[in-house]
Design a protein around this ligand. Structure first.
Ligand code: NAP
Ligand code: BGC
Ligand code: ZN
Length: 354
Protein backbone atom coordinates (compact mmCIF):
# COMPACT_ATOMS: atom_id res chain seq x y z
CA UNK A 1 0.00 0.00 0.00
CA UNK A 2 1.02 3.63 -0.39
CA UNK A 3 1.98 5.75 2.61
CA UNK A 4 3.06 9.38 2.89
CA UNK A 5 6.21 9.47 4.97
CA UNK A 6 9.08 11.67 5.98
CA UNK A 7 12.47 9.98 5.64
CA UNK A 8 15.26 10.82 8.07
CA UNK A 9 17.24 13.75 6.68
CA UNK A 10 14.54 14.70 4.13
CA UNK A 11 12.82 18.09 4.13
CA UNK A 12 9.65 16.99 2.31
CA UNK A 13 7.36 13.97 2.51
CA UNK A 14 7.28 11.27 -0.18
CA UNK A 15 5.20 8.23 -1.06
CA UNK A 16 6.59 4.95 0.25
CA UNK A 17 5.36 1.46 -0.57
CA UNK A 18 4.66 -0.45 2.65
CA UNK A 19 2.94 -3.75 3.43
CA UNK A 20 -0.72 -3.48 4.38
CA UNK A 21 -0.79 -3.85 8.20
CA UNK A 22 -2.28 -6.94 9.87
CA UNK A 23 -4.41 -6.16 12.92
CA UNK A 24 -3.25 -7.74 16.18
CA UNK A 25 -5.73 -9.09 18.69
CA UNK A 26 -7.92 -6.21 19.92
CA UNK A 27 -7.11 -4.12 16.86
CA UNK A 28 -9.28 -3.27 13.85
CA UNK A 29 -8.05 -2.71 10.30
CA UNK A 30 -9.19 0.65 8.97
CA UNK A 31 -9.42 1.75 5.32
CA UNK A 32 -8.30 5.39 5.35
CA UNK A 33 -10.68 7.95 3.86
CA UNK A 34 -8.78 11.19 4.45
CA UNK A 35 -6.10 12.68 6.68
CA UNK A 36 -5.82 16.40 7.47
CA UNK A 37 -2.66 18.51 7.61
CA UNK A 38 -1.99 21.14 10.28
CA UNK A 39 0.77 23.41 11.56
CA UNK A 40 2.20 20.53 13.60
CA UNK A 41 2.79 18.49 10.44
CA UNK A 42 4.77 21.40 9.02
CA UNK A 43 6.76 21.60 12.27
CA UNK A 44 7.47 17.83 12.07
CA UNK A 45 8.59 18.12 8.43
CA UNK A 46 10.85 21.07 9.32
CA UNK A 47 12.43 18.96 12.09
CA UNK A 48 11.22 21.34 14.81
CA UNK A 49 8.90 18.88 16.58
CA UNK A 50 8.40 15.13 17.00
CA UNK A 51 10.55 12.03 16.58
CA UNK A 52 10.93 9.06 14.28
CA UNK A 53 9.72 5.67 15.55
CA UNK A 54 12.63 3.93 17.29
CA UNK A 55 14.90 2.13 14.83
CA UNK A 56 12.98 3.31 11.75
CA UNK A 57 14.35 5.39 8.89
CA UNK A 58 11.02 7.12 8.24
CA UNK A 59 7.86 8.41 9.92
CA UNK A 60 4.48 7.90 8.27
CA UNK A 61 2.84 11.32 8.73
CA UNK A 62 -0.72 12.22 9.68
CA UNK A 63 -2.62 12.46 12.96
CA UNK A 64 -6.00 13.88 11.81
CA UNK A 65 -7.62 10.83 10.22
CA UNK A 66 -11.01 9.44 9.34
CA UNK A 67 -11.55 5.95 7.96
CA UNK A 68 -13.91 3.01 7.58
CA UNK A 69 -13.51 -0.25 9.45
CA UNK A 70 -12.40 -2.82 6.86
CA UNK A 71 -11.86 -5.74 9.24
CA UNK A 72 -13.27 -5.50 12.77
CA UNK A 73 -11.09 -8.51 13.67
CA UNK A 74 -13.28 -9.57 16.59
CA UNK A 75 -13.63 -6.08 18.10
CA UNK A 76 -17.05 -4.52 18.77
CA UNK A 77 -16.92 -2.62 15.46
CA UNK A 78 -18.68 -3.71 12.29
CA UNK A 79 -17.21 -3.53 8.81
CA UNK A 80 -18.26 -0.18 7.32
CA UNK A 81 -18.30 1.75 10.61
CA UNK A 82 -16.82 5.23 10.17
CA UNK A 83 -14.15 5.96 12.79
CA UNK A 84 -11.67 8.63 13.85
CA UNK A 85 -8.50 7.49 15.70
CA UNK A 86 -7.12 9.27 18.75
CA UNK A 87 -3.43 10.24 18.58
CA UNK A 88 -1.56 9.12 21.70
CA UNK A 89 -0.38 5.53 22.28
CA UNK A 90 1.61 3.92 25.09
CA UNK A 91 5.35 3.53 24.47
CA UNK A 92 6.55 -0.07 24.28
CA UNK A 93 8.14 0.24 27.74
CA UNK A 94 6.17 3.27 28.94
CA UNK A 95 3.68 3.91 31.70
CA UNK A 96 0.07 3.05 30.93
CA UNK A 97 -1.44 4.68 34.02
CA UNK A 98 -2.80 7.71 32.10
CA UNK A 99 -4.27 5.43 29.43
CA UNK A 100 -6.02 3.34 32.10
CA UNK A 101 -7.60 6.56 33.41
CA UNK A 102 -8.71 7.50 29.90
CA UNK A 103 -6.50 10.59 30.09
CA UNK A 104 -3.45 9.95 27.90
CA UNK A 105 -3.56 13.66 27.00
CA UNK A 106 -2.45 14.40 30.58
CA UNK A 107 0.58 12.09 30.45
CA UNK A 108 4.07 13.64 30.33
CA UNK A 109 4.79 14.16 26.63
CA UNK A 110 8.00 12.11 26.73
CA UNK A 111 6.17 9.11 28.20
CA UNK A 112 3.83 8.57 25.23
CA UNK A 113 4.01 8.18 21.48
CA UNK A 114 1.90 10.36 19.18
CA UNK A 115 0.94 8.73 15.90
CA UNK A 116 2.32 10.67 12.95
CA UNK A 117 4.20 13.05 15.24
CA UNK A 118 6.40 11.38 17.79
CA UNK A 119 7.67 7.82 18.04
CA UNK A 120 4.87 6.06 16.11
CA UNK A 121 3.74 5.96 12.49
CA UNK A 122 0.73 8.07 11.60
CA UNK A 123 -2.38 7.48 9.54
CA UNK A 124 -1.33 8.74 6.09
CA UNK A 125 -1.47 5.33 4.45
CA UNK A 126 -4.18 3.49 2.57
CA UNK A 127 -4.86 1.30 5.63
CA UNK A 128 -3.93 1.53 9.28
CA UNK A 129 -4.58 -0.58 12.36
CA UNK A 130 -5.50 0.61 15.82
CA UNK A 131 -6.67 -0.89 19.09
CA UNK A 132 -10.44 -0.53 19.08
CA UNK A 133 -10.35 1.52 22.30
CA UNK A 134 -8.61 4.33 20.37
CA UNK A 135 -11.19 4.47 17.57
CA UNK A 136 -14.07 6.92 18.00
CA UNK A 137 -17.19 6.06 15.96
CA UNK A 138 -18.74 8.95 14.04
CA UNK A 139 -21.99 9.15 12.03
CA UNK A 140 -21.67 8.05 8.38
CA UNK A 141 -22.91 11.49 7.31
CA UNK A 142 -19.86 13.18 8.87
CA UNK A 143 -17.29 10.99 7.08
CA UNK A 144 -16.53 13.68 4.48
CA UNK A 145 -15.38 16.11 7.20
CA UNK A 146 -14.19 13.55 9.74
CA UNK A 147 -10.57 14.72 9.48
CA UNK A 148 -11.72 17.87 11.36
CA UNK A 149 -12.68 15.90 14.49
CA UNK A 150 -9.12 15.67 15.87
CA UNK A 151 -8.32 19.42 15.60
CA UNK A 152 -11.74 20.32 17.04
CA UNK A 153 -11.05 17.92 19.93
CA UNK A 154 -7.91 19.95 20.71
CA UNK A 155 -10.10 23.03 21.24
CA UNK A 156 -12.69 21.08 23.24
CA UNK A 157 -10.00 20.16 25.74
CA UNK A 158 -8.34 23.57 25.88
CA UNK A 159 -11.60 25.48 26.36
CA UNK A 160 -12.78 22.98 28.98
CA UNK A 161 -9.47 23.34 30.85
CA UNK A 162 -9.65 27.13 30.73
CA UNK A 163 -13.25 27.15 31.95
CA UNK A 164 -12.35 24.75 34.77
CA UNK A 165 -9.74 27.26 35.97
CA UNK A 166 -12.56 29.82 36.40
CA UNK A 167 -14.97 27.46 38.15
CA UNK A 168 -14.21 28.64 41.69
CA UNK A 169 -16.27 31.80 41.20
CA UNK A 170 -19.12 33.12 39.08
CA UNK A 171 -17.36 33.80 35.79
CA UNK A 172 -19.45 35.71 33.29
CA UNK A 173 -17.29 36.02 30.19
CA UNK A 174 -18.42 38.13 27.26
CA UNK A 175 -15.34 38.71 25.09
CA UNK A 176 -13.02 36.15 23.49
CA UNK A 177 -9.90 36.60 21.38
CA UNK A 178 -8.27 33.95 19.23
CA UNK A 179 -4.60 34.59 18.45
CA UNK A 180 -3.90 33.07 15.04
CA UNK A 181 -5.89 32.74 11.84
CA UNK A 182 -4.55 29.30 10.92
CA UNK A 183 -6.78 26.26 10.76
CA UNK A 184 -6.78 25.70 14.53
CA UNK A 185 -7.51 29.34 15.29
CA UNK A 186 -10.37 29.56 12.79
CA UNK A 187 -11.96 26.26 13.82
CA UNK A 188 -11.87 27.42 17.42
CA UNK A 189 -13.26 30.86 16.58
CA UNK A 190 -16.18 29.13 14.87
CA UNK A 191 -17.07 27.32 18.09
CA UNK A 192 -16.73 30.32 20.45
CA UNK A 193 -19.54 32.37 18.97
CA UNK A 194 -22.15 30.44 20.96
CA UNK A 195 -20.50 31.16 24.33
CA UNK A 196 -19.19 34.72 23.96
CA UNK A 197 -21.03 37.86 22.95
CA UNK A 198 -18.08 39.39 21.14
CA UNK A 199 -15.25 37.53 19.43
CA UNK A 200 -11.97 38.69 17.87
CA UNK A 201 -9.26 36.99 15.85
CA UNK A 202 -5.64 38.17 15.47
CA UNK A 203 -3.63 37.70 12.26
CA UNK A 204 -0.95 39.49 10.27
CA UNK A 205 -2.45 39.54 6.79
CA UNK A 206 -3.58 42.26 4.39
CA UNK A 207 -7.03 42.22 2.86
CA UNK A 208 -8.21 40.64 0.60
CA UNK A 209 -7.55 37.42 2.45
CA UNK A 210 -9.69 34.32 2.77
CA UNK A 211 -9.00 33.90 6.49
CA UNK A 212 -10.09 37.48 7.23
CA UNK A 213 -13.26 36.82 5.22
CA UNK A 214 -13.99 33.78 7.43
CA UNK A 215 -13.32 35.79 10.61
CA UNK A 216 -15.80 38.46 9.52
CA UNK A 217 -18.36 35.98 8.21
CA UNK A 218 -18.31 34.42 11.69
CA UNK A 219 -19.24 37.83 13.10
CA UNK A 220 -15.83 38.33 14.72
CA UNK A 221 -13.55 41.37 14.52
CA UNK A 222 -10.22 40.97 12.70
CA UNK A 223 -7.23 42.40 14.59
CA UNK A 224 -3.96 42.89 12.67
CA UNK A 225 -1.01 42.32 15.01
CA UNK A 226 1.18 44.65 12.90
CA UNK A 227 -1.17 47.57 13.70
CA UNK A 228 -2.41 46.47 17.11
CA UNK A 229 0.12 44.44 19.10
CA UNK A 230 -1.48 42.12 21.64
CA UNK A 231 -0.84 44.35 24.73
CA UNK A 232 -2.66 47.24 22.99
CA UNK A 233 -5.83 45.24 22.32
CA UNK A 234 -7.64 46.35 25.53
CA UNK A 235 -7.31 50.04 24.54
CA UNK A 236 -7.98 49.48 20.84
CA UNK A 237 -10.93 47.11 21.43
CA UNK A 238 -11.65 45.83 24.94
CA UNK A 239 -10.00 43.66 27.63
CA UNK A 240 -10.61 39.98 26.87
CA UNK A 241 -12.25 37.50 29.23
CA UNK A 242 -10.81 34.59 27.28
CA UNK A 243 -7.81 34.30 24.95
CA UNK A 244 -6.96 31.24 22.87
CA UNK A 245 -3.37 31.33 21.62
CA UNK A 246 -2.89 29.40 18.37
CA UNK A 247 -0.02 31.27 16.72
CA UNK A 248 2.93 29.41 18.23
CA UNK A 249 4.54 32.89 18.45
CA UNK A 250 6.18 32.69 21.88
CA UNK A 251 5.89 36.40 22.94
CA UNK A 252 2.11 36.05 22.68
CA UNK A 253 2.05 33.75 25.70
CA UNK A 254 3.25 36.64 27.86
CA UNK A 255 1.71 39.60 26.02
CA UNK A 256 -1.64 37.87 26.43
CA UNK A 257 -1.64 38.61 30.16
CA UNK A 258 -1.96 42.33 29.35
CA UNK A 259 -4.80 41.63 26.91
CA UNK A 260 -6.84 39.78 29.56
CA UNK A 261 -9.59 41.41 31.59
CA UNK A 262 -9.51 40.94 35.37
CA UNK A 263 -10.55 37.31 36.13
CA UNK A 264 -9.72 36.33 32.55
CA UNK A 265 -8.00 33.19 31.37
CA UNK A 266 -5.82 32.38 28.38
CA UNK A 267 -5.29 28.92 26.93
CA UNK A 268 -1.90 28.43 25.27
CA UNK A 269 -1.75 25.93 22.40
CA UNK A 270 1.32 26.88 20.37
CA UNK A 271 4.42 24.69 20.49
CA UNK A 272 7.32 27.08 19.79
CA UNK A 273 11.00 26.24 19.78
CA UNK A 274 13.40 27.66 22.33
CA UNK A 275 13.42 31.46 21.95
CA UNK A 276 15.02 33.95 24.33
CA UNK A 277 13.47 37.41 24.60
CA UNK A 278 12.93 40.09 27.22
CA UNK A 279 9.86 40.00 29.44
CA UNK A 280 8.97 42.38 32.30
CA UNK A 281 8.58 39.55 34.77
CA UNK A 282 7.54 41.80 37.64
CA UNK A 283 4.68 43.30 35.68
CA UNK A 284 3.60 39.88 34.43
CA UNK A 285 3.59 38.47 37.94
CA UNK A 286 1.72 41.51 39.32
CA UNK A 287 -0.94 41.43 36.58
CA UNK A 288 -1.59 37.73 37.07
CA UNK A 289 -1.97 38.13 40.83
CA UNK A 290 -3.79 41.46 41.09
CA UNK A 291 -6.06 40.58 38.18
CA UNK A 292 -6.89 37.02 39.31
CA UNK A 293 -5.79 35.97 35.83
CA UNK A 294 -4.80 32.48 34.64
CA UNK A 295 -2.67 31.03 31.88
CA UNK A 296 -3.27 27.37 31.09
CA UNK A 297 -1.30 25.22 28.68
CA UNK A 298 -3.16 22.48 26.86
CA UNK A 299 -1.93 19.69 24.62
CA UNK A 300 -3.63 16.79 22.87
CA UNK A 301 -7.14 15.54 23.78
CA UNK A 302 -8.79 12.36 24.97
CA UNK A 303 -11.66 10.13 23.80
CA UNK A 304 -14.26 12.31 25.58
CA UNK A 305 -13.02 15.42 23.75
CA UNK A 306 -13.26 13.53 20.45
CA UNK A 307 -16.88 12.68 21.26
CA UNK A 308 -17.59 16.34 22.04
CA UNK A 309 -15.84 17.31 18.80
CA UNK A 310 -18.14 15.04 16.79
CA UNK A 311 -21.11 16.98 18.21
CA UNK A 312 -19.43 20.29 17.46
CA UNK A 313 -18.57 19.25 13.91
CA UNK A 314 -22.16 18.25 13.25
CA UNK A 315 -23.21 21.81 14.19
CA UNK A 316 -20.72 23.66 11.96
CA UNK A 317 -22.33 25.41 9.00
CA UNK A 318 -21.58 24.05 5.53
CA UNK A 319 -20.20 27.39 4.28
CA UNK A 320 -17.54 27.34 7.00
CA UNK A 321 -16.30 23.84 6.15
CA UNK A 322 -16.32 24.72 2.44
CA UNK A 323 -14.33 27.94 2.97
CA UNK A 324 -11.95 26.55 5.59
CA UNK A 325 -11.01 23.40 3.72
CA UNK A 326 -9.17 24.81 0.73
CA UNK A 327 -8.20 21.44 -0.73
CA UNK A 328 -8.77 17.70 -0.33
CA UNK A 329 -6.06 16.26 -2.59
CA UNK A 330 -5.75 12.82 -4.15
CA UNK A 331 -2.72 10.75 -3.28
CA UNK A 332 -1.24 11.54 -6.70
CA UNK A 333 -1.25 15.26 -5.78
CA UNK A 334 -0.42 14.81 -2.11
CA UNK A 335 2.30 17.50 -2.19
CA UNK A 336 -0.43 20.13 -2.72
CA UNK A 337 -1.81 19.26 0.72
CA UNK A 338 1.50 20.36 2.24
CA UNK A 339 1.65 23.73 0.47
CA UNK A 340 2.30 26.49 3.00
CA UNK A 341 1.05 29.68 1.37
CA UNK A 342 -1.59 32.31 2.08
CA UNK A 343 -4.25 30.69 -0.12
CA UNK A 344 -4.04 27.44 1.84
CA UNK A 345 -6.03 27.20 5.05
CA UNK A 346 -6.94 23.59 5.82
CA UNK A 347 -6.03 20.70 3.54
CA UNK A 348 -6.32 16.93 3.59
CA UNK A 349 -5.10 13.96 1.56
CA UNK A 350 -7.81 11.63 0.30
CA UNK A 351 -6.97 7.89 0.26
CA UNK A 352 -10.30 6.18 -0.51
CA UNK A 353 -13.90 7.06 -1.22
CA UNK A 354 -16.39 6.13 1.46
P1 NAP B 1 -0.81 27.46 11.47
O1 NAP B 1 -1.69 27.08 10.34
O2 NAP B 1 0.65 27.63 11.25
O3 NAP B 1 -1.43 28.79 12.10
C1 NAP B 1 -0.73 29.75 12.83
C2 NAP B 1 -1.30 31.09 12.44
O4 NAP B 1 -0.81 32.08 13.34
C3 NAP B 1 -0.92 31.48 11.03
O5 NAP B 1 -2.09 31.81 10.32
C4 NAP B 1 -0.01 32.70 11.23
O6 NAP B 1 -0.22 33.71 10.24
C5 NAP B 1 -0.51 33.24 12.57
N1 NAP B 1 0.55 33.98 13.25
C6 NAP B 1 1.78 33.55 13.60
N2 NAP B 1 2.45 34.54 14.21
C7 NAP B 1 1.64 35.62 14.24
C8 NAP B 1 1.78 36.94 14.73
N3 NAP B 1 2.90 37.36 15.30
N4 NAP B 1 0.73 37.78 14.59
C9 NAP B 1 -0.41 37.37 14.02
N5 NAP B 1 -0.60 36.13 13.53
C10 NAP B 1 0.43 35.27 13.63
O7 NAP B 1 -0.94 26.38 12.63
P2 NAP B 1 -2.25 25.67 13.23
O8 NAP B 1 -2.36 24.31 12.70
O9 NAP B 1 -3.42 26.59 13.15
O10 NAP B 1 -1.76 25.53 14.74
C11 NAP B 1 -1.48 26.68 15.52
C12 NAP B 1 -0.44 26.37 16.60
O11 NAP B 1 -1.01 25.44 17.52
C13 NAP B 1 0.85 25.71 16.09
O12 NAP B 1 1.94 26.21 16.87
C14 NAP B 1 0.64 24.23 16.39
O13 NAP B 1 1.84 23.54 16.64
C15 NAP B 1 -0.16 24.31 17.66
N6 NAP B 1 -1.04 23.16 17.91
C16 NAP B 1 -1.05 22.71 19.19
C17 NAP B 1 -1.87 21.69 19.56
C18 NAP B 1 -1.92 21.27 20.97
O14 NAP B 1 -2.40 20.17 21.27
N7 NAP B 1 -1.43 22.11 21.89
C19 NAP B 1 -2.70 21.08 18.58
C20 NAP B 1 -2.66 21.56 17.26
C21 NAP B 1 -1.81 22.61 16.95
P3 NAP B 1 0.45 33.66 8.76
O15 NAP B 1 -0.13 32.42 8.12
O16 NAP B 1 -0.05 34.89 8.11
O17 NAP B 1 1.91 33.56 8.95
C1 BGC C 1 -1.86 17.34 17.71
C2 BGC C 1 -1.96 16.80 19.11
C3 BGC C 1 -0.55 16.64 19.68
C4 BGC C 1 0.17 17.98 19.59
C5 BGC C 1 1.59 17.94 20.15
C6 BGC C 1 -1.07 18.61 17.69
O1 BGC C 1 -1.02 19.08 16.39
O2 BGC C 1 -3.15 17.64 17.17
O3 BGC C 1 -2.66 15.58 19.10
O4 BGC C 1 -0.62 16.21 21.02
O5 BGC C 1 0.21 18.40 18.24
O6 BGC C 1 2.42 17.08 19.43
ZN1 ZN D 1 -2.68 18.58 15.15
Amino acid sequence: MDAIALKRGADAPEILEKPRPEPDSGEALVRTLAVGVDGTDHEVIAGRHGNFPPGEDHLVLGHEAVGVVEDPNGTAFEAGDVVVPTVRRPLADGATEFFERGEPDMAPADEVAERGISGAHGFMSQYFTSPAEFLVPIPDGLAEWGFLVEPISISEKAVETARASRSAFEWRPESALVLGNGSLGLLTLATLGDSFERTYCLGRRDRPDATIDIVEELGATYVDSRETPVPEIPDAHEPMDFVYEATGYAPHAFETVSALAPNGVAALLGVPESWTFEVDGGRLHRELVMGNKALVGSVNSNYRHFEAAVETLSGLPDWLKDDLVTGVHDLSNFADAFADDETTIKTAVKFHNQ
